[in-house]
Design a protein. Sequence first.
Length: 507
Amino acid sequence: MLSKLRTLCLKGIDGREVSAEVYIASGLPAYSVVGLPDAAVKEAKDRVVAAVRNSGFDFPSKRITVNLAPAEIKKAGTHFDLPIALGVIAAAGGLGKKPPARLGETFFIGELALDGGLRPVAGVLPMLQAIKGQGRRAIVPGGNAAEAAVSGVDCLTASNLKEVASWLAGKADLGPCAAGARPAAAAQAPDLSEVKGQAFAKRALEIAAAGFHNIILVGPPGSGKSMLARRFGALLPPMSFDEALETTKLYSVSGLCAAGRLVNERPFREPHHTISDAALIGGGSNPRPGEVSLAHNGVLFLDEFPEFSRPAIEALREPLEAWKVTVSRVKESVAYPARFLLVAAMNPCPCGYLGHPVRECSCTPVQVHKYRAKVSGPILDRIDLQVQLSAVKYADWEALPRGESSAAVAERVLRAKELQRRRFGGPKANAFMAGAELRRHCALPAGASAILETAMNRLGFSARSLDKILKISRTIADLEGVQDIRKEHLVEAMQYRMLDKAAVPAA
Ligand SMILES: [Zn+2]
């Protein structure tokens, strides 16, 4: 007998429809899956046999062939357990002589436990998005109910195989998927006003948030680099629904969507510098999004930036240029979005105290040069703002007033974003201007060429850094709400290019 069912699979973060056919023929007992299954799908057999038998059905000792189509898409994951088990039960006549109509009309997703229980799986939201708005219905494990409720697809939920079989036979009802409870009010997010001093770095972070400029903070240990970085997310505007949906898909595919809610706060990812390039960027034989994709629409904070492995730093090039990561494998390649704002932090030198007012630096100029060279040119080229933080003396620190709150800064950022939205007719930011756009939107004020000439000749700025200075000036003018870039904007922008200047700053 032959049975046909519907299910779904993932290609990157997009769902695809899959048809599952189960054919039982007489002959020596055998079980095979065709249609580009991965190891987990092939291993489904043991779970399926136990689950079918423990649910009170017969698992025939015959020749069983499972075909997952279309064959050109790789089938990965354990969520094929449920459709395969139902297909076997139906083909063996366990659901009656003629398979119930519901069997062919419904999409089935779920991993089976040996006792027939249904276990939640990764990627439910993006899979269901593939059949959104088509009036179709799906059945998902209870553990994925909240996530499925976000999808907008008519979904039912079950806790085991037997319940699904009874529903198919019209003997029982299944519950709808309810949205997840709102999380209890999150603990008060850290606020920018808690960081005393460092007005210069705070201003740079405001500019970074307003124009989506990547930023690197250079300063001695204890100067507050991490404190500032962790408060940066609160300066960014709230996520739009589409951004939240896209980010949630990446978390779902990674199996990090357990609570099943939409990820509607901008992510902040802070991987340690010992991370492998694969974990940072994504990939592997069974591809998963990396940290850069989990930071999509949010912030990627890389502390101790030069300590990251060379391959990891180099691998950042693709996402910083294309805002996505492409993972190529033998049969197919998948792409994960990765549009994040990079906040990097580093010490000024290996010992950390170069330029420190009290402690002495023990590094030689060669060591300092080598340390800085680890952050390669192409990556540095993607970082618009380079900011030096100074050490704060305790006596000074005591006397410093608390600064502005995150909310006050975020309001200015939002207004600057609105100007950019009107300028570019979309969500584009100043950081992404290139060529003609740069010339069109960053007209120089009178007398500016003299300033730029001095910058190039005396401070050693390259033509490339001049482009950055123009972009930053544009964002500074936007924060002020003015149309034309002024000289003072240019002068301020030049201060945020400290690594371009002499390699070793004056003490
Ligand atoms: Zn040093």
